[in-house]
Design a protein around this ligand. Structure first.
Ligand SMILES: Nc1ncnc2c1ncn2[C@@H]1O[C@H](COP(=O)(O)OP(=O)(O)OP(=O)(O)O)[C@@H](O)[C@H]1O
Length: 226
């Protein structure tokens, strides 16, 4: 379902010299599979997720999602559309749109993918994440945990094949972290969505069957001082 082959990504040092971050010969996950990615700070986990999402362009190699070579999509609008239709993203900082209500935030993502928003599904998703009583609240009027639950509902709105979650519980108080993880796992299982989750937490990664250490799949990290 997701395949990375010989993916290389570098940034530029302030001096202009290339700064190699990723060199991943092979990484794949199956439909519906739930995988954790771990690694030391700065080893390239967010860069890998952003590359898969098409938010960052890679230097060379190939990323396939559902058999589509997304690396070959050069047109930004087409790439945005592919992302909206196939990938759900949950960020550490939620990235909700402040002027809009919880319901509108979920529906806006739908409009972007298909041109129309399914209000009933958006409502259903918000009920599913326990926010049926907060549909018309704006992000500033929601607790931090509630904001992340809206972000989860938004990420699921378009029935993606892949959900990318970048430290989704990093800003959530410990009492509510497990709730977000349970929600992500159950929602992905129910809709056969593959999940790639970045976390620093042992407690979270212990719950997953497959945990990948980025330094092991990334040649750049191998042998690096920790
Ligand atoms: N736009 C950029 N230009 C130059 N260097 C960058 C840029 N973005 C990230 N980096 C560097 O690339 C490296 C990888 O960053 P990335 O955010 O992918 O790491 P990470 O593994 O997600 O880290 P953390 O666990 O701390 O969130 C870091 O050393 C960072 O300083």
């Amino acid at each position: 379902m997701l395949l990375l082959e010989n993916v290389q990504k570098s940034y530029r040092e302030p001096s202009g010299a290339p700064l190699a971050i990723l060199d991943v010969p092979h990484f794949a996950i199956a439909a519906g599979e739930q995988v954790v990615v771990r690694g030391r700070s700065g080893c390239g986990k967010t860069t890998m997720l952003n590359s898969i999402a098409g938010l960052t362009t890679i230097d060379s190699g190939k990323i396939e999602i559902r058999g589509h070579n997304v690396t070959a999509i050069r047109n930004e609008a087409v790439r945005d559309r592919f992302r909206a239709e196939n990938i759900g993203i949950v960020f550490q900082t939620f990235n909700l749109l402040a002027p809009f209500t919880a319901l509108e935030n979920v529906m806006l993502g739908m409009t972007f993918a298909s041109g129309r928003a399914d209000a009933a599904r958006a409502r259903g998703l918000l009920e599913r994440v326990g926010l049926g009583h907060r549909l018309h609240h704006k992000p500033s009027a929601l607790s931090v945990g509630e904001q992340q639950r809206v972000a989860v509902a938004r990420a699921l709105a378009n029935r993606p094949v892949l959900l990318l979650a970048d430290e989704p519980t990093a800003n959530i108080d410990p009492a509510h972290q497990q709730q977000i993880i349970d929600l992500l796992r159950a929602s992905c299982s129910e809709e056969n969505i593959a999940m790639l989750l970045v976390t620093h937490s042992d407690e979270v990664s212990d719950q997953f069957d497959r945990v990948e250490q980025l330094e092991k799949i990334n040649r750049v990290g191998q042998g690096a001082a920790v």
